[in-house]
Design a protein around this ligand. Sequence first.
Ligand SMILES: NC(=O)c1ccc[n+]([C@@H]2O[C@H](COP(=O)([O-])OP(=O)(O)OC[C@H]3O[C@@H](n4cnc5c(N)ncnc54)[C@H](O)[C@@H]3O)[C@@H](O)[C@H]2O)c1
Length: 357
Amino acid sequence: MAENNGQNKRYGFGVVGCGVIGPRHARAVAALENAELVACTDIVPERATRYGEEHGCAAEPDLAHLLAREDIDVVSICVPSGLHAEVAVEVAAAGKHLIVEKPIDISLEAADAMIAAAKNAGVKLTVISQHRFDPGLVELHKMLEAGALGRLLVGDSKVKWYRSQAYYDSGDWRGTWKLDGGGALMNQGVHYTDLLRWCMGPVAEVRAICATANHDIEVEDVAAAVIRFTSGAVGTLEASTAIFPGFSERLEISGTEGTVVIEDGQIVVRELVADHGELGSYGTRVTTRDKSSTSAAADPQAIGESAHIAQIADLLAAIDEDREPLMTGTAAREALELVLAVYASAQRDAPVTLPLG
Ligand SMILES: NC(=O)c1ccc[n+]([C@@H]2O[C@H](COP(=O)([O-])OP(=O)(O)OC[C@H]3O[C@@H](n4cnc5c(N)ncnc54)[C@H](O)[C@@H]3O)[C@@H](O)[C@H]2O)c1
């Protein structure tokens, strides 16, 4: 249990789900002075045993045993997306704070159940959207809050990544409606969907096309949508896992006072009216230089660790200060709603208005 000696509270962590992303939580916790990994569990016991050996924690036989431990204050939920709420409701009922991997879950009903469970139990909930903590995003969001881009006009996000068929075949939940809840947009694109929504504000309407272009899966590997924001701004959203060899994810935000472009979490373009002289009728053209990628475009293991560390640190600070974390369950629900609106529009071949009924 968290020790409070007046200054340094130390939080015990449990991890549920010891697959691809689970180790990132162990390494992030190890990087934080006020956190300690205590135990893990997985429905495949050998995975928990191996994880326990690799990360120096106990391997509990099941969730109930993990939740019974009084030395665990915070639980990271790293199971397949469609199981997030089911696990989270149990974790919250045990009085533990929640870190839930993205997406929050795959239906609004499940997201609502999770948010309500955390609220009723009086525990903090954050859903991983680690790119909110990338340096470029932190800076861009400050600029937007200060109104530096003026009235927002256009917001675009692109996640053009590559995942092989072997990636989809590597877990029986991947690429399924039942547990992945969708494809390139729900799983990979949700990161930048959240960033687009965070920067541009609420969405009024979506028109979308989705396709399964280059994989043997039941969900989409290409999603493209046009968006009208409540503010009157417009935008586009693209997500794919079919783009060889995979490219840096990109966010472009333009307002009456200028444009900021983010690539790989860094600002690569910052062009403000205030910094230019008079440009004349035809403006100018800004090119972005090619740069080596450190993104997860072609390798999910390559996702940088520092943003996970920053988000988990923010959750612990939120507990210490009894405030909301920067990334709330409600914000994660908004990103999920936008993803689901894209799917509904593509399925109906018609515009879809938000909020979803
Ligand atoms: N933030 C990111 O950048 C990022 C990256 C990868 C994955 N993720 C998210 O993390 C989650 C897990 O993805 P992954 O790639 O690690 O999947 P994975 O299949 O590699 O790992 C999931 C693990 O959960 C275990 N599991 C399944 N049901 C369980 C249950 N009821 N109780 C305990 N353990 C259970 C499985 O046995 C498996 O070991 C997904 O929601 C995914 O979207 C996030």
